[in-house]
Design a binder for this molecule. Structure first.
Ligand SMILES: [Zn+2]
Length: 339
């Protein structure tokens, strides 16, 4: 997918920094928008020796070649080992770190101590910048406070509020918005995604999340959940919790509990819209069922249920027991439909 075309105004915003680069940019926006791809494309375009129209990298020069091979000497990428490893790697292997380590940050010292090879610019992409514990973040902060000349940090984050405020304040923020639906839908369809509009709606406009949801689509957890939520008869919370708990465990970290809560939140938003006579925003194919359900639920219950879900969303980060958590979640939902 061409993320530059999806985010043309952000790209122009980034390129407008070219002549007077700050020390650090913080690229923020919701998950799955392609922020990391944008950061890399920007880094590549800055290092390129023959930038093309719109300041895009040429893809042909020596620097572009190095970049594509992952060995440009003036470029470093800091990311958790878990993002580097194949997530489907064999079992029994030590679990890769979900965090950027302090050694990775300290390793930059060596990078700063040698001269740059080409353009006189050093670029470090940190993805995601919120995947750092306090010590690591402080080590990074030190580098940001005393930047080596000609150094650009590109920090990427879905959750910038998790960053140290002192790191945030050293960076210039570059917000990345949801791309225009029509352009995004066309790009997804071109990449071979069937029913792109449906998945994009469910993903709240984020193309990366749309692809993830579609991949878990037919026969996956989301289909199961949607089918059960749509049943106007009695929902069996314990049974559904057991099935989803199994899906979470078998996904080996790919399906997080918070994704289940997020799907429930979207379902509730659609119910609330329907009870106000408005069309669904997320679950387009289930529009008719959602309208029917909304007619059965008193509106004040919807408000209360949404508040409960917000609390569950926080709890989902570190549940003591995923099965119990899911049971509570679906019992709340059943309470919504009962007289
Ligand atoms: Zn080039």
């Amino acid at each position: 997918m061409n993320f530059i075309s999806l985010h043309q105004s952000t790209w122009d915003n980034l390129q407008s920094q070219r002549g007077r680069l700050p020390h650090a940019l913080l690229i923020i926006g919701q998950r799955g928008l392609g922020k990391f791809a944008l950061a890399q494309a920007f880094a590549k375009s800055l290092l390129c020796e023959d930038p093309q129209e719109g300041s895009r990298s040429c893809g042909k020069c020596l620097a572009c070649n190095w970049f594509e091979q992952g060995n440009h000497p003036d470029y470093r990428l800091l990311q958790p080992q878990a993002l580097v490893d194949d997530p489907d790697a064999e079992e029994g292997k030590k679990k890769a770190s979900q965090q950027i380590t302090i050694d990775q940050v300290r390793g930059l010292d060596e990078f700063f101590n040698i001269g740059t090879h080409r353009a006189g610019l050093r670029i470090i992409v940190v993805n995601p910048a919120d995947a750092m514990n306090r010590n690591t973040a402080n080590a990074l902060l030190k580098t940001l406070e005393e930047p080596a000349p000609g150094t650009l940090f590109l920090l990427v984050s879905n959750e910038p509020l998790r960053l140290l405020p002192t790191i945030r304040s050293r960076c210039q923020a570059i917000p990345v918005g949801v791309p225009p639906t029509a352009i995004c839908e066309a790009a997804l369809a071109q990449d071979g995604l069937a029913q792109a509009g449906r998945w994009l709606a469910l993903a709240g406009g984020s193309p990366g999340v749309a692809m993830e949801l579609a991949a878990s689509g037919e026969g996956g957890w989301l289909e199961l959940l949607t089918r059960r939520l749509a049943a106007t008869g009695d929902l069996e919370p314990l049974g559904l919790a057991a099935e989803l708990d199994k899906a979470v465990k078998e996904s080996k970290g790919k399906l997080a509990l918070k994704s289940v809560v997020e799907a429930m939140q979207k379902w509730l938003v659609d119910l609330t819209l329907a009870s106000n006579g408005l069309p669904a925003r997320y679950f387009l194919p289930q529009q008719a069922t959602i309208s029917r359900l909304a007619d059965m639920i008193p509106p004040d219950r919807l408000v209360r249920a949404y508040r409960l879900l917000l609390a569950r969303r926080r709890e989902a980060e570190q549940p003591l027991n995923s099965r119990l958590f899911l049971e509570g979640l679906f019992m709340d939902y059943r309470g919504l439909l009962r007289n």
